[in-house]
Ligand binder design. Structure first.
Ligand SMILES: Cc1cc2nc3c(=O)[nH]c(=O)nc-3n(C[C@H](O)[C@H](O)[C@H](O)COP(=O)(O)O)c2cc1C
Length: 211
């Protein structure tokens, strides 16, 4: 019983330490912590904004966490980033869904890469001009970003914006996709990307980016 009590108390201490470090670190210039807005699929512009959100965004830089995820790993990383930095979230979705089976999706993605395809997207950001900082998340597919990321980044003028890539993968590093991201956002400032396979690396990375 004593042991159980000790375990619960130490878990609570760890939780409160983690929570307080979140509040202390994400507060400087690259992406000051903003109130989180609701997630919308079809149109980020239509996300219901709270007064708190509007106030935070008018003071600081406006953040968008955009991501593509086939099986949920990158979505989880995106949600964790969004929880820490706030702003808006946008899911990049394709008109034609990828097969759910691994082998089948690998084949479709391979063909898309070989043909330099631009799969049509069913979601879009209507107010991209309003954002200053764009996190862009994706799984590594065939040692680079999936082709829907190409479609997405080519659809907007990201000149002068700060783009921050993150990915999940089986073993590949985000470095494998950085040349593609750089060529797709030629006039943006691209910050250090993260291979976000280990959720524990997300917060230290954000702290590092904020200097
Ligand atoms: C089509 C396809 C290609 C992949 N290519 C790679 C790869 O080149 N390197 C790697 O480490 N993982 C690769 N993976 C594994 C995914 O990057 C990894 O499972 C990722 O976390 C999936 O993210 P998601 O759940 O957000 O879709 C590939 C997976 C798929 C479906």
């Amino acid at each position: 019983m004593k042991k159980l009590l000790l375990l619960i108390m130490s878990s609570l201490m760890i939780f409160s330490l983690t929570a307080s470090s979140s509040n202390n670190t994400i507060n400087s210039t690259v992406f000051p912590k903003q109130a989180a807005a609701s997630v919308t699929d079809k149109d980020t512009a239509s996300s219901a904004k709270t007064l708190e959100d509007k106030a935070a965004n008018s003071k600081g830089k406006k953040i968008l966490v955009a991501y593509f995820s086939h099986s949920g790993n990158t979505r989880r990383a995106a949600e964790q980033i969004h929880n820490l930095v706030g702003g808006d979230m946008h899911e990049i979705k394709t008109v034609t869904a990828y097969p759910t089976g691994y082998d089948e999706s690998v084949e479709v993605a391979k063909k898309e890469k070989e043909t330099n395809a631009r799969p049509a997207l069913s979601t879009k950001v209507n107010n991209m001009a309003n954002y200053d900082v764009i996190f862009i998340g994706y799984p590594i597919w065939w040692h680079t970003a999936p082709m829907p990321i190409y479609t997405f980044l080519e659809a907007y003028d990201l000149s002068g914006k700060t783009v921050i890539p993150f990915c999940t993968s089986y073993s590949s590093d985000i470095a494998e996709s950085m040349d593609a991201i750089k060529s797709l956002c030629p006039n943006a400032t691209i910050l250090e990307g993260l291979t976000a396979n280990d959720a524990n690396k997300i917060e230290p990375w954000l702290t590092r980016l904020n200097g």
